[in-house]
Structures are given as structure tokens and as C-alpha cells.
Design a protein around this ligand. Sequence first.
Ligand SMILES: [Zn+2]
Ligand SMILES: [Zn+2]
Length: 252
Amino acid sequence: MYGIFLKFFGNSFEVVRIASLWEKGLHTVLGKPTCALCQESTDKTAICEDCLADVNTLWFDEETVCKGCLRHTSDGLLCGHCQQHSPITCAQFASFQYDYPVKQLLHAFKHLRQIHLSRALCTLMLQNPPIWLPETPIDAVLAMPLSRERLLERGFNQSRFLAQSIADVYALPLLDDTAVLRQHRVPQSTLNGKARLNNVRGIFQAAADVKKSHLLLIDDVITTGATVNELSKTLIKAGVKGIWVWALAHPK
Ligand SMILES: [Zn+2]
Ligand SMILES: [Zn+2]
């Protein structure tokens, strides 16, 4: 059904949001919504209590990851690398280990266009927010931008769904899709190591006035951090005062 929506109306975030609301309406008419993981009916619109309890075993504990780069540390302080090279961002956090079932849910959402899973993923992310968020003076939320070509190909920006729920829950403004432009390159997931760094170098451009702002950057998955760091460098050059990063998932 979403495919028809997208084909007919073109590709845009708003269209996908309308489709999601439409599905919500159908649930109301046809009966209770079902859990995205076990398919049992649930009062919650995304994931049932039992499945939430299971998935929450994949929570990242801030005491075991470096705040600068998400590498494992035994004390939750900055890792050796970040002690020697000051991190560009003020703090980074990922809610979940990038593992089953978060990995499969995200894949189905992103690549199989199962748009209804966005609510399950937002619910999951909001279950485990960064400990530093309540005391952080955030001015606005920014979703990791996609290139225009990727946006047309996929039809939506998966990080924007996450960023929208976070902006709603924390009553923060969400920067527009056009605030930061991204050049089109091959997906980072097809590359490794140094190639990832080269692939993202110079690809971002701040189009909106972000001077002196404190931004919360939302991404779906952070792997090596090359993209987040490149974007952060661009934003700092454009005058951003501080960047805090919150991702849905990170590989262990
Ligand atoms: Zn369930
Ligand atoms: Zn580190």
C-alpha cells in the first residue's frame, strides 16, 4: 500500500507520515494493533510489554562505552584514543546493540519499506535515552541527512522518523530536511576502514543558519562514526557551538 502511495504521490516524508496515520486509523477501525515482533495484539501501538522486556536486554549501558566514540571501555570514561584526540562531539550514545531483533526491524523498515515499523523503532529508542540529555541545553534536533538521490530512491529518511519522535517527546524543534545538504556517495556499509573516511570527506554543507546553536544529532546506526564526525566537523565550521549524538544502534 505504501508503495502505491509513494508511486502515485512521489517521495516525501509527509506522504509517509500520512500513510502511517492512515494505518493507525485502520487499526482503530479493524481492532487492536499488533506487536511488531510477536504479532500478538497489544494495547501499545508498537511493541508489547513482553517483547520490550526481551529487547531491552540489548540496551547499551553508558558505563561501558566511551562517550566520545562509542568504543567499549571498562569505566565509561573517554577511551585512550579520545583522551589523545579530543572528540568533535560533546557526547555520543546509542540506545541498543545492533543485533537481533533491532537489526532486522531496522532492515525491514529501511530497505523493505515496512513503514509501520517506524513506530516500533521510535518506541524502542525512547526506552533508553542518553543519561546526559535532561541536563543538556539542546536548541534543536537534526536528523542525519540523506543525499537527494538516496531520499528519492528510498522515499524517506529513516533517521528523520526517529528525530521527529524525539523532538515531539522532548518538545524541541526539528531542523528541516534542507538545513544540511549531503552529496551522494556509495553507502558506507559497502566500505570499510579508511575507505569510509574518504567516502564522506567534504560531503556535507550547512544550508541553514546554525550559528551558536547546540544540536542533538539523531542517526539510526553508528558504525565507525566516520559520517557523524564528518557532519560534526562541517557543523562546527558553520558555527555550531556543541553537538550531542544519539543513535538507535551501534555494533558491539
Ligand atoms: Zn510482542
Ligand atoms: Zn573514545
